[in-house]
Design a protein around this ligand. Structure first.
Ligand code: NAD
Length: 311
């Protein structure tokens, strides 16, 4: 159904996702404000555009993969943004895969649904937006094994599924606009708390005389086993191939985790739910960033506990 795909945001995740679309045979047009990121695609013979609006004019679908809500708002509604054409939109479908707050996703979905299609297609009646954030880091983006969680119209989700599955291995439909973003921040809040809990327990265990590898073996064959202990262990030397084994480089940045926890806290406030663990985790990851670890993988929360003990 979709032949031309626009891709905006060619960073750690987006550059890899766009490459997988190209490999799958889609006609891809890209844009980023970083000329280095754009040049890599130019050198591959891929069409590049100066503005999001020009990408929109060239595409059936536009995918965005940007750092945060303000960047997404800017790319959609800023000067020469995707919605710059007023009420007349060229792409049939807009897919935002950035991790942003559900409120912004809902607001943009409404703005898109208030537009009309510039060129009617008999199989597609009106412009639609999906919020479709991903789980899985840079390696999953590279391997095309991301998991998408999708909010918006179910028909649009079904139409977009083959496109999403050329960048990932799973897509879960979560409900109406904003529910993909909601699912993502809930996933990340659980991950932030579990990583901090595993780090706290391993720090205490080491201080009580059990080494981290032994304690990890205990967790992984007992009821504390979780992704943070058996797949993405935070202690250097316990597992190979994880950020902890490379000085917490090349992973999911602490500043991105802090951003997602801010969204979770704000969303909890909005719906009047008490989330004390989320607030505590927000404080811990904020401190990590303040201490200069904002670009390090979020599992360096372990080091934060450890340095706390030494002081
Ligand atoms: P990144 O910072 O590496 O890439 C973002 C890209 O967006 C950069 O190339 C930047 O130049 C570009 N950009 C920023 N503002 C722009 C604008 N106005 N117009 C055009 N381009 C613009 O970030 P990333 O690691 O690729 O993450 C992207 C999103 O995916 C974030 O929301 C993040 O939370 C989420 N995410 C990241 C990971 C991960 O492991 N890195 C995993 C899952 C989800």
């Amino acid at each position: 159904q979709f032949e031309s795909v626009g891709f905006i945001g060619l960073g750690n995740m987006g550059s890899r996702m766009a490459r997988n679309l190209i490999k799958s045979g889609f006609r891809v047009t890209v844009h980023d404000i970083n000329s280095y990121a754009v040049n890599m695609f130019l050198e591959m013979g891929i069409t590049t555009k100066e503005t999001p609006f020009e990408v929109a004019e060239a595409s059936d679908v536009v995918i965005t993969m940007l750092p945060s809500s303000s960047h997404v708002l800017d790319v959609y509604t800023g000067p020469n943004g995707l919605l710059h054409g007023g009420n007349f939109l060229r792409p049939l479908l807009l897919v935002d895969s950035s991790t942003i707050d559900p409120q912004t996703s809902r607001k943009l979905s409404l703005a898109v649904s208030n537009c009309v299609l510039k060129e009617k297609k008999d199989y597609w009646k009106e412009p639609v937006m999906l919020d479709a954030p991903v789980s899985g880091g840079v390696l999953a983006a590279e391997a095309g094994t991301l998991s998408f969680m999708v909010g918006g119209s179910e028909d649009a989700y079904l139409a977009a599924k083959p496109l999403l599955l050329s960048m990932g291995k799973r897509a879960v439909y979560c409900g109406g606009a904003g529910t993909g973003s909601a699912a993502k921040i809930c996933n990340n809040l659980a991950m932030a708390v579990s990583m901090a809990a595993v780090s706290e327990a391993l720090t205490l265990g080491q201080s009580l005389g059990v080494d981290a590898s032994t304690l990890t073996s205990v967790f992984n064959s007992s009821s504390a086993r979780c992704w943070s202990s058996d797949t993405y262990n935070p202690v250097p030397g316990v597992m190979e191939g994880v950020p902890a084994s490379r000085n917490y480089e090349c992973g999911f940045a602490s500043k991105l985790m802090a951003k997602d926890l801010n969204h979770a806290v704000a969303s909890a406030k909005e719906v009047g739910i008490r989330c004390p663990l989320t607030s505590q985790a927000q404080e811990i990851y904020r401190e990590l960033c303040k201490d200069g670890h904002e670009a390090k993988d979020f599992s360096c929360v372990f080091r934060h506990y450890y340095s706390g003990k030494d002081e």
